[in-house]
Unconditional design. Structure first.
Length: 149
């Protein structure tokens, strides 16, 4: 698989870029490691190109940047959440998590922006309030809050 895009994101790691890339490509469908060197690993996540740099300890990942994955089912949401928080990852709030390398992710069911952006502002606000109390998004609970009267 060759990368044809002229744009990609580069993630900085402290010597474990290949390990991170292999984890990410193992849990996200349509993904692959495309090249490995001592300094740089290139890979795709669902066809989107990324670089992983073995840059050293000077910089740490920050929540100011995150990778967003849109999911279609609760099963997919749960699977990705579990895989990315395993072995030292941590749960955040409102669909955010950090993996064991410190990289921030958002696991966002496709229904979430639909509910929050609905023209029925009262229903959208109920969904928003439900989301604010969640770490991993619970689709059924969001829809129940949205549909409550």
């Amino acid at each position: 698989m060759s990368i044809t895009s002229s744009v990609s994101a580069c993630l900085w790691f402290d010597g474990n870029a290949e390990e991170a890339a292999r984890l990410y490509t193992s849990v996200i469908h349509n993904s692959a490691v495309t090249s490995i060197s001592p300094v740089m690993v290139t890979f795709t996540l669902d066809g989107v190109p990324f670089l992983a740099l073995n840059g050293g300890p000077q910089f740490r990942p920050t929540e100011a940047a995150s990778i967003v994955i849109r999911t279609t089912t609760q099963e997919e949401t749960d699977r990705l959440w579990s895989a990315l928080t395993a072995e030292g990852g941590s749960e955040g709030r409102c669909a955010w998590l950090k993996d064991r390398f410190g990289v921030s992710w958002q696991i966002v069911p496709q229904v979430l922006p639909q509910l929050l952006g609905a023209s029925d502002r009262q229903a959208a606000d109920r969904a928003l309030q439900a989301m604010l109390g969640m770490s991993k998004i619970d689709i059924a609970a969001l829809e129940a809050a949205f549909n409550a009267s």
